[in-house]
Design a protein around this ligand. Sequence first.
Ligand code: 6GU
Length: 313
Amino acid sequence: MRIDVITLFPDIFQGYLSESMLKRAIDRGIVEIHLHNLRDWAPDKHKTVDDKPYGGGPGMILRVDRVVPCVEDVQAMCPDPGHLVMLTPQGRRLNQAIVEELARFSRLILLCGRYEGFDERVRLILRPDEISIGDYVLNGGEVAAMVVIDAVVRLVPGFLGDEASNREESFSGPDRLLEYPQYTRPREYRGFRVPEVLLSGNHQAVAQWRLQKRIETTRRRRAELLGGGWRAVWAEEPTSHGLSGESPPTLPGEKQAEQKELETPAENKSSVGDIQRPGASSHGIAGGFPARPPEDTSTAPGFSSEDRPADVS
Ligand code: 6GU
């Protein structure tokens, strides 16, 4: 894949592009990244690229007669003109589905804005795919462009080496659930033990536990992701908060529970029922799809028994 970046600040990208993962991919010819300084398309002595807004107002606007020729020249550098992306807070908000869309193109051109934005005619003439990376304001599109590059290149075949790791990532795969919790050595730390099932060697039980954790975590933290097919699962279980059917943006109580976990891990032991005994199939999952959603965790939202410290007495 070839990615062209049009920016007034190409240097911002240098550190990121020489970072290990991306540098390796560039060195191996998996991705090509070309930086173009918009200022090089300013014909005047002072290399002006922006001007005051007509009608008044704060800030400076990127000039259409600088941006359009620049983009057209960059498009013409290859037989494939590529897919033009404009980084702007007014764009559609980036998510993994959009990242997957972008990764299907063999060439992307990322147009970074600065100052107060682009002259509206840039949009009207070039019809770019406008992308925002979230509901907050950045000083310019450069960091957003790096986010797009970082997310997209992971999907380019050969980038990760182990392509399977993509399917298991949060937001990926057909269900778009959050990731399951991961553990490595030591088996026990400050009273917190690695869940028994992960040590069992039972691959089916591990897969079942992980799917169950993904559903639980997604429901507690990002219930709005449980759309589509998962809505049926969600609807089956009214929560302790009386919410069912509709996915609430957040579940009250989780934050407190997480803090409690950090501050007083020992207390959790007595406050939480044994809702997930190792080996016990308390939340039956049949054929890879939950027959029954995870049990009510009303006594301590955000917890399962595995969040408790081990009995160290
Ligand atoms: Cl793409 N640009 C700017 N300036 N701010 C943003 C953004 C982009 N996405 C979110 N905030």
